[in-house]
Design a protein around this ligand. Structure first.
Ligand code: NAD
Length: 300
């Protein structure tokens, strides 16, 4: 029987702050396949995430198919907008949600993971942030735009650059993108569309460079809409879900675990020749060139 088998593999998933997003679903799918799970949680969410986990608030969604709870070997605080401690501005150092945390820059997290677990096999980038996401591009400030690209696109380069030497050969990297980097999705503003376009392009260049340098693969899943914490912050996610339900080729809900299962495949040896690709997991929404529920189609 053909099986996704990740036993003996270690996965680091950057960008889990609760049990609602794609990162969590990907962690679950990788755990189902036998991988050891390490998590990078955005520093300001570290306390609430670890407390909720310890209090059993995620136990229901932590359940794997055999009834056991997904094991998380270690959770690291991470702010993927900083490479080294020298990059952290004073106001962040003094911020109450950062003050007591340490070692959360990308280089420090990678060092800690290497010290604790040795080399990893799978790196997941499931994070994005655009402080001005609710603003149209024309109203986005330079700082807002740069912040979106820094947190949502450069963070992938930084994670691969630092983890690369600490990944086993034939390892796999996976990021998450959104169709708004290719087509206009009004409301996905603040430079987030630009950040996703950069991420899409970087997937190809990084696949080439990291493939040649470390023999690892780099792919990206373009996911359909999901009402995660990040997506709710954008404000129009329910409309996008409704739109996809009415217009996608497949008339069914899109579940986070479908993205998780595709991620497990892409990070497994079964996908050994796939790199530099954007794989759409969106009920086929990206193939549509017109919207079926447009009033134009209702005219005689
Ligand atoms: P999510 O809220 O579960 O995940 C985003 C995570 O990024 C959060 O945990 C947040 O704390 C973390 N984060 C933000 N800034 C960070 C930083 N500087 N350092 C480290 N972590 C940081 O939401 P999600 O929707 O599952 O998002 C995961 C990925 O999927 C993102 O790249 C997102 O753009 C992408 N995506 C989402 C949708 C959707 O509809 N939800 C669709 C397509 C793609």
């Amino acid at each position: 029987m053909l099986k996704i088998d990740l036993k003996g593999k270690t996965a680091f998933i950057a960008g889990i702050g609760d049990d609602q997003g794609f990162g969590w679903a990907i962690a679950k799918a990788l755990a189902e396949a036998g991988a050891t799970i390490l998590i990078g949680t955005w520093t300001p969410l570290m306390k609430i995430f670890t407390t909720s986990l310890a209090q059993g608030r995620f136990d229901e969604s932590r359940k794997l198919s055999d009834g056991s709870l997904m094991e998380i070997a270690k959770i690291y605080p991470l702010d993927a907008t900083f490479d080294t401690p020298a990059d952290i501005p004073q106001e962040i150092l003094e911020n109450k949600r950062y003050k007591d945390a340490g070692g959360y820059t990308v280089s420090e997290v990678v060092e800690s993971v290497a010290k604790d677990f040795g080399k990893i096999d799978i790196l997941i980038h499931s994070l994005a942030n655009g402080p001005e996401v609710a603003k149209p591009l024309l109203e986005t400030s330079r700082n807002g735009y740069m912040a979106a690209v820094n947190a949502s696109a450069y963070s992938l380069i930084s994670l691969i650059k630092h983890f690369g030497p600490h990944m086993n050969e034939k390892g796999a990297v996976l990021a998450l993108t959104y169709i708004a980097g290719e087509k206009v999705i009004p409301g996905y503003g603040g430079g987030m569309s630009s950040a996703k376009a950069a991420l899409d392009s970087d997937t190809q260049v990084l696949a080439f460079e990291a493939g040649q340098k470390w023999n690892i693969r780099v792919n990206t899943i373009s996911a359909g809409p999901l009402a995660s914490r990040a997506a709710k912050a954008i404000g129009f996610i329910e409309k996008m879900i409704h739109y996809a339900e009415n217009n996608a080729p497949l008339k069914k809900d899109l579940e986070a675990i479908e993205i998780g299962n595709t991620a497990a495949f892409l990070c497994s040896p079964l996908a050994s020749a796939i790199t530099g690709s954007i794989i759409y997991v969106d009920n086929g929404m990206h193939t549509m060139g017109c919207s079926l529920d447009s009033p134009s189609f209702k005219q005689e």
